[in-house]
Ligand binder design. Structure first.
Ligand SMILES: Cc1cc2nc3c(=O)[nH]c(=O)nc-3n(C[C@H](O)[C@H](O)[C@H](O)COP(=O)(O)OP(=O)(O)OC[C@H]3O[C@@H](n4cnc5c(N)ncnc54)[C@H](O)[C@@H]3O)c2cc1C
Length: 472
């Protein structure tokens, strides 16, 4: 065994249940943790996550110090940085897998470099319950439908010897390994947009463990009923922590398994973790879906290019209050409730007939929980072009969605406060209130809040017609 170990961190910014870190501290005298910040992967693409990453690395650096582990941050390309390591440096390298084709590519390249140069390199299971290659149909092909996928995956996971949580050992000494480290502050975005996120999030492992514990203790039993209502904090809001690996999905699973009376809430929650597994399986088995439609007939879909509409959607100025509320929540907090993600995605794709890729790109840039697998799989799910997708002809009616899932308008008014004096029955369709009453309450549609950018009925008919054209 070499004296030094280097742990290459990516989406595993935690101490608990971190297999690579644990193995390194059990087997080496000195352990250094490395994060390589690749600007190209973030600039103009994942601006919200720059803030999350900055905070997370800062907190992890502090936490690792207690164990005498230096976290060193470098600017550049992971493969180039790692390829500079020489075999006379008495070092072994460890990492946890990341299940994205571009990350897998890096793992393969690095692995072959270390192989050739006789440097010890070991990859551990990443933040997933079960390796996607293990979940296949009887004929060996991957699943494209969620229910059989999850039935198979969950059973395989349950059949395994339950994994034990891993911990790390405190080391006697620490050592700096790299000379060209950067200040973590360098990661922060140039504009101040992220400042608002400070009000809503604390990106650390401690916070992740706390949130998950409290959710399982106090909320999971109701999750089956509350998860669809954006005015209630009924979901776990663990997604950004899971994305950055501040909590392992196995930790969540283990804690859920300890629930004595496992009811509907438990089942629903576990199924959502199953959707996460499914998305990861999809993008690895069908990587072409990262670039285009999984169902090829959608390549003929007559998408509309309309920057004015796209802009109104991004800014939360479509004139449909529930859609605007969702988009404003996203911009303000870096997160959006799942029900709203479905509503706003459906609106962009079906009412505006703008390509789902535009929405996927915007979410990628604005979400603190952006996850390549979930994002692309869910956008294609809404579009109808993905695996086990919602049929294209099922078109969400935005005002009915608003009336059903935000009955008292609390969520809508939180983000669209200009409508606060509107009578409740007109909140989701404010344009229907007679102009003289709008004037009485001093909010005129078209002046103080936008008129709907498209008419629901005609947009719906146009979408259905466009869909029909695929069948010709
Ligand atoms: C258009 C669209 C885009 C999305 N983009 C992302 C994304 O970039 N990153 C992301 O993590 N999720 C994405 N989702 C899925 C889902 O909206 C979020 O995972 C969820 O809202 C996160 O909040 P939560 O942690 O409170 O979820 P909870 O309801 O508490 O669920 C727990 C966990 O299960 C997983 N999960 C829940 N719902 C889904 C789902 N439908 N598909 C896959 N996994 C799920 C997530 O990891 C989530 O953190 C998207 C959904 C849609 C419709």
């Amino acid at each position: 065994m070499t004296k030094i170990a280097l742990v290459w961190l990516r989406e595993d910014l935690r101490i608990k249940d971190n297999a690579a870190l644990s193995y390194a501290t059990q087997n080496h005298e000195i352990v250094t943790a490395l994060y390589v910040y690749n600007k190209i992967e973030f600039d103009g693409k994942r601006e919200a996550q720059k803030w999350w990453l900055f905070k997370s690395l800062k907190n992890l650096q502090k936490d690792l110090k207690v164990y005498n582990i230096n976290l060193e941050v470098l600017l550049g390309d992971d493969v180039e940085v790692l390829a500079n390591i020489k075999n006379n440096q008495d070092i072994s390298i460890y990492a946890n897998k990341v299940y994205e084709p571009s990350q897998k590519y890096k793992e393969t390249k690095i692995s072959s470099h270390f192989n050739v140069n006789k440097i010890n390199f070991k990859l551990f299971k990443g933040n997933i319950l079960i390796e996607y290659q293990e979940v296949v149909k009887d004929d060996g092909t991957p699943f494209k439908v969620f229910t059989p996928f999850w039935k198979n995956a969950e059973q395989r996971y349950l059949n395994k010897i339950p994994s034990k949580p891993t911990n790390i050992k405190k080391l006697k000494n620490s050592k700096s390994f790299f000379k060209n480290t950067i200040q973590i502050e360098k990661i922060l975005p140039k504009n101040n947009w992220y400042k608002k996120f400070e009000k809503y999030w604390m990106p650390s492992e401690t916070e992740a463990l706390k949130i998950s514990k409290e959710f399982i203790k106090n909320k999971i039993s109701q999750y089956g009923d509350t998860r669809d209502y954006p005015n209630i904090e009924g979901t776990s809001k663990i997604s950004p922590y899971l994305k950055h690996g501040q909590i392992s999905v196995e930790t969540i699973w283990r804690e859920c398994s300890e629930i004595k009376n496992k009811g509907k809430g438990y089942r629903k929650y576990i199924n959502e973790l199953g959707w996460r597994e499914f998305s990861h399986s999809l993008i690895n088995n069908f990587p072409e879906m990262l670039k285009g439609n999984l169902r090829k007939e959608f390549d003929r879909f007559p998408w509309v290019k309309n920057n004015k509409h796209l802009d109104a959607w991004k800014k939360g100025m479509t004139g449909y209050p529930i859609v605007d509320a969702g988009m404003r929540e996203l911009y303000e907090t870096g997160w959006m409730h799942n029900r709203l993600r479905m509503v706003v995605a459906s609106f962009l794709i079906k009412h505006l007939r703008i390509h789902w890729r535009e929405g996927e790109k915007h979410f990628r840039n604005c979400l603190v929980d952006f996850n390549e697998a979930n994002n692309v799989a869910q956008w294609q799910w809404v579009a109808g072009s993905g695996a086990d997708a919602a049929p294209y002809f099922r078109i969400f009616n935005p005002f009915l969605q608003g009336e059903k899932f935000d009955k008292n308008g609390e969520y809508t008014l939180k983000w669209v406060p200009e409508l606060k004096n509107f009578p409740k029955e007109y909140l989701q369709k404010p344009w229907e209130l007679e102009k003289k009453y709008q004037e009485q309450i001093n909010i005129v549609i078209g002046r103080d809040y936008p008129s709907p950018i498209v008419n629901h009925e005609s947009a719906r008919n146009a979408a259905l017609q466009a869909f029909q054209s695929l069948k010709k």
